[in-house]
Design a protein around this ligand. Structure first.
Ligand code: FAD
Ligand code: NAP
Length: 524
């Protein structure tokens, strides 16, 4: 139902704390709350762009356009800017992934040193979900405050935008004319067509955060084998629950380096995770009162039934393109994504699309950069944005970061390849106390195979870095920058020239220095 009451935010200054209270009130009573209206009625200029959706893509695009001197308006149906990332996607995922890492440490050293005995202990999940729900308003408040008071953005929140035509949008009962529309409506969870998927006890990343209203029992069934499934599934496992992954093809296909993927899957299994590949959940069973009581799983080996009250769907995302298709007839691709060219333009003149709405990769860098590039184009700059390769990361119980070629690809494409890795290949396998660094020291000393894995791939002829892969903690930040250097032609010799902050999570600098003196490079 459309809200009637409009609060003119333009005329008031709210502190971040006051914004927090305002947003909380709106979230508690979505239908009864007021529309947040922050439009400069004194400005008679036409809008250069109206952004439908103020998530990562819409907010960053708006900020860039405004910084370039343009006039923008964001309309978002939530009472805050920033979108799904801080509300139900990246930020809760990072909370749960951090808990998974902490809990693996506590369970590995259960009853030793200062760690309590964790035998048979199932850690509550709902408490953490509640903690997140309470804490997430802080970042929302910062974004509303920053966008209004510091970035000088115009926005209408807590109400839907309706598209009339490529130059007209309505919101809060008003009609707005604009030179361009920038669609930034994001995506939603893909819900597979499985009997019983609507039962109470089936969750996806959104409903897990919004609707979890009971403490799940001792078994979790996870459907899917990508980032979302693994990030949430490793957390469920770390809480002490039996965790079964049902994967229709293979787990972690996205990790292209075979050895890295093998290390990750071995560690997941070692934590007790059960992985059923080539398998499908064919039915989610009801207890007769609308709640999940089990699942039926089919694979080439036959059919099994498992008892559980908790099923998690990590089965991908679908772009929120329906309204734009209906009202503007924009062209979409096979997976429902809005098709754009490298200027972020859709098939309709004056209409752009950015972020998750344009399909995979569904990642923050793409949403924010897409917004920035679309803004530049609207403001008359030449642009060319086509995300083809990027540094990537995810979590298991570990943080996993990678970029460039994997070993198999490098050997196919290059005549001579040098591999530098840790732990080194030797008869001890993984049972050496390296790699060791922040947050893996206890593992290195006591359970060395758990202390991580890392690999640097070099073209022996040109001595250039082709790819890097890291399992551990703390490398992700460095990989953002290392990737840029690698694209610029970073060599093993330049790595050896750098100054390490020892103990450094990747060890790449000093390991390169050990080999850089060689004219003919060798593995390490
Ligand atoms: C579980 C999970 C974890 C993730 N973790 C990471 C991570 O760690 N790192 C990373 O880089 N990426 C991560 N991602 C991906 C990341 O969250 C998305 O790529 C990013 O949030 C997309 O931003 P967006 O602006 O395109 O969409 P959104 O942030 O979803 O914004 C869309 C906005 O449009 C609004 N909207 C929709 N329709 C209308 C309408 N008609 N009128 C008004 N407003 C409307 C919505 O309210 C919403 O605010 C994760 C995704 C998931 C699912
Ligand atoms: N940066 C991060 O940390 C982060 C975290 C979470 C999500 N994300 C992004 O968000 C996007 C979505 O992630 P995701 O892991 O949900 O999606 P995904 O990468 O598309 O993986 C979906 C998984 O579900 C399976 N699947 C899809 N439909 C199914 C069905 N009908 N029945 C059974 N299984 C099905 C897929 O199997 P197949 O492999 O056989 O297709 C795959 O294993 C990705 O682009 C991801 O990069 C990023």
């Amino acid at each position: 139902m459309d809200k009637q009451h409009i609060w003119n935010a333009r005329e008031e200054f709210l502190t971040i704390e006051q914004w927090g209270h305002k947003i909380e009130k709106c979230l508690m009573d979505p239908d009864g709350s007021e529309i947040i209206y922050n439009v400069n009625e004194d400005d008679t200029r036409e809008f250069d762009a109206i952004f439908i959706g103020g998530g990562a893509a819409g907010r960053f695009g708006s900020a860039y356009l405004r910084a370039m001197g343009g006039r923008q308006l964001i309309v978002d149906s939530w009472p805050f800017l920033g979108g799904s990332c801080p509300h139900n996607a990246c930020v809760p995922h990072h909370l749960f992934s951090e808990c998974a890492a902490e809990l693996m440490l506590a369970r590995t050293f259960s009853g030793q040193f200062w760690f309590p005995n964790m035998d048979g202990v199932i850690t509550p999940m709902k408490e953490l979900v509640d903690l997140f729900r309470e804490g997430r308003v802080g970042p929302h408040a910062v974004m509303n405050f920053q966008s209004k008071e510091q970035l000088d953005l115009e926005y209408i929140l807590n109400t839907r935008a309706r598209i009339i035509d490529p130059n007209t949008v309505t919101a809060a009962g008003r009609k707005f004319k604009t030179r361009n529309i920038i669609l930034a409506m994001g995506s939603k969870p893909n819900i597979p067509d499985i009997p019983g998927v609507d039962l109470h006890g089936v969750f996806d990343y959104e409903t897990f955060v919004e609707d979890l209203d009971f403490e799940p029992g001792d078994t979790a069934v996870v459907i899917g084998g990508g980032k979302t499934a693994v990030e949430y599934g490793t957390f469920f496992n770390a809480t002490g629950r039996r965790t079964i992954f049902v994967v229709r093809t293979e787990l972690l296909k996205l990790i292209n380096d075979g050895e890295t993927r093998g290390y990750l899957i071995d560690r997941m299994k070692e934590q007790g995770i059960e992985i059923l590949t080539g398998s499908q959940v064919t039915e989610i069973k009801s207890d007769g009162n609308g709640k999940v009581s089990g699942v039926t799983i089919k694979s080439s080996d036959g059919e099994i039934t498992l008892d559980t009250d908790f099923v998690f769907l990590g089965t991908g995302e679908v772009p929120n393109a329906a309204e734009a298709v209906e009202k503007l007839d924009v062209k979409t691709g096979k997976k429902g994504e809005i098709i754009v060219n490298s200027q972020l333009q859709t098939s309709v003149d004056g209409v752009y699309a950015i972020g998750d709405l344009t399909g995979a990769p569904f990642e923050m860098f793409k949403a924010r950069k897409g917004g920035m590039y679309a803004a530049r184009h609207v403001m008359g700059e030449e642009i060319n944005y086509d995300p083809k390769d990027w540094p990537d990361f995810m979590h298991t119980h570990y943080e996993v970061s990678w970029f460039g070629l994997c070993e198999e690809e490098a050997r196919e494409q290059y005549e001579n390849v040098t591999i530098i890795k840790m732990p080194p290949e030797n008869d001890n396998g993984l049972d050496v106390a390296l790699p060791a660094s922040d947050r893996t020291m206890l593992y290195a000393m006591k359970v060395p195979r758990m202390s991580g894995f890392q690999k640097l791939i070099i073209d022996s002829n040109t001595r250039k870095v082709l790819g890097a892969h890291h399992v551990g903690y703390g490398a992700k930040d460095g990989f953002q920058f290392l990737y840029v250097l690698a694209k610029q032609g970073l060599t093993i010799d330049q790595l050896g020239e750098m100054d390490e902050l020892f103990l450094n999570p990747t060890h790449f600098i000093q390991l390169s220095r050990l080999r850089a003196g060689l004219k003919e490079l060798q593995d390490l």
